[in-house]
Design a protein around this ligand. Sequence first.
Ligand code: NDP
Length: 310
Amino acid sequence: METQHRKLIIIGSGPAGLTAAIYSARAELSPLVITGSQWGGQLMWTTEVENFPGFPKGIMGPQLMQEMRDQAARFGTEFVDNDVSAVDFSAKPFKLTTPAGQYTADCVIIATGASAIWLGLESEQRLRGKGVSACATCDGFFFKDKDVAVVGGGDSAMEEATFLTKFCKSVTILVRGPEVRASKYMLERAKADPKITFRFNTSVAEVLGENSVTGLKLVNAETKASDTIAVQGLFLAIGHKPDTEIFAGQIELGKKNYIAVRDLTKTSVEGVFTAGDVHDYRYRQAVTAAGSGCMAALDAEKYLHSQTAK
Ligand code: NDP
């Protein structure tokens, strides 16, 4: 298999990866983006994005990603719509393997993102974007005066539920066990909110509705009794998983396998940078990921310049 060499390879094509591509292409680094087999990242699963600056009327998630991709292409970014299956960062140039070919690179930006963890129900996947969401910040606004439920018992669930009370008529937090694991402060704040009610020992067995969510079939873990509640929205807040499997053993991973980051964009390997949700478990917004992609591209440019000046 022929090996191709590039100055800069960006792995991932969400807002972080594509913003890194726009900046590095304009800096004439001729980046190659290995997009992942499903390019575009988490926004490809959303409908309307209303909080990305510059779009006062909102923009559909997939369209926003297409615009970013076109913008990166305009300045000469090349794309390979494939997954990276393995990397070797032990020596320079770095080696990257895809099912279609091998690449080497002087510099790499990892922007593979993170994925929300889902319950795995067929009905949940069918109604994703039609009332089922894993991001209250993104989608809460669409549930004005509606009844919704949030699954989870961690800080995310408390935060999402509290955020949703700004819009929704009622928010039911569904906790699978007898207690939450959220911090005391977050829990107390949620408990004090009159719009929020808790149901413990409760799991979602099915999301009801044909083309939009109309309710949930719930099961009690202790009694096994089931009942249904009427809601128009279901928010999952059961954690996120960074897409870092292929980097294990190559760069340092930190808490919950997010990339350990130093000096904002650097990984433990000199010349390998990171951007977006793959290291940021705190903000997780399209606009913060894009900002972080810009930072990684500027640092990669500086790094490559320092190497040629040696
Ligand atoms: P956590 O891993 O802390 O919590 C996940 C929750 O989801 C747990 O209650 C868990 O239940 C539940 N859960 C997991 N799988 C399922 C399932 N299949 N069905 C039903 N429930 C399930 O994730 P978070 O996203 O809440 O938090 C991640 C990190 O980010 C934490 O360190 C948190 O403190 C931090 N964070 C901080 C915030 C802040 O400070 N503002 C805001 C949000 C997050 P169980 O307990 O039974 O395992």
